[in-house]
Design a protein around this ligand. Structure first.
Ligand code: UP5
Ligand code: MG
Length: 196
């Protein structure tokens, strides 16, 4: 059998920058399937019989990053489960550190083409407010966890964005003071320019 080459766009940016919000719109309008690594980990945490539930919750509360073996498997399973209709996959909130990137390249590098990284940037104070006001009962939407998420973002995730920047693959949209509609208008342009 020919190996299917999955089309992928990574979506990165600080906590609360609007990754999930924009991915929902891209999925609806452009035919991509939205896979949030955080949502997949939260679902695995709740799954009866999961051997990883406690480990995942500890990482989420501490704003630290779950080992790539777990996250990458959840992503690959979700890609397989979504069937063949998807135009491509938006991978939201991954890869977040060097371990994630190495694991992805090892397991998925030959099966995927990463077209670009959509980088949603926003001032960190705005991001904190958005997380605190989200009201979805997330165990990491408290001041202490948010501070830890931001530290992890600065120390571990931003270098991954810089890595892709050096490859010419980053498309940045500054989102802090824009409405979701205004951000989406720019997102749609980025995808259009990429022919996606
Ligand atoms: N909002 C959105 N856009 C707005 C706008 N333009 N103007 C005004 N308000 C706007 O948005 C956040 C809130 O802001 C919402 O209320 C929204 O309505 C509003 P959202 O779209 O949810 O932002 P998003 O960037 O998705 O924020 P999220 O909190 O999900 O980002 P994180 O990166 O912190 O969370 P994630 O779920 O990706 O990860 C959580 C944890 O899981 C990590 O800390 C880590 O512990 C673990 N994890 C891993 O270990 N590995 C992974 O690969 C992924 C996650
Ligand atoms: Mg999200």
């Amino acid at each position: 059998d020919a190996v299917r080459l999955y089309d992928v766009v990574f979506v990165l940016g600080p906590p609360g920058s609007g990754k999930g919000t924009q991915c929902a719109r891209i999925q609806e309008n452009l035919g991509f399937v939205h896979l949030s690594a955080g949502d997949l980990l939260r679902a695995e945490r709740q799954r009866a019989g999961s051997e990883f539930g406690e480990l995942i919750e500890t990482h989420i509360k501490n704003g630290s990053i779950v080992p790539v073996e777990i996250t990458c498997k959840l992503l690959e399973n979700a890609m397989i489960a979504s069937g063949t209709a998807a135009k491509g996959f938006l991978i939201d909130g991954f890869p977040r550190n060097q371990n994630n990137l190495d694991g992805w390249v090892r397991e998925m590098g030959a099966k995927t083409k990463v077209h670009f990284v959509l980088y949603l940037s926003a001032e960190l104070e705005i991001c904190v407010d958005r997380c605190l006001n989200r009201g979805q009962g997330r165990t990491d939407d408290n001041v202490e966890s948010i501070q830890k998420r931001i530290t992890t973002y600065n120390n571990q995730t931003f270098p991954i964005i810089q890595h892709y920047e050096q490859l010419g693959l980053v498309r940045e949209i500054k989102c802090g003071t824009k409405t979701p509609d205004q951000v989406y208008a720019e997102v749609a342009q980025v995808f259009g320019n990429a022919g996606l």
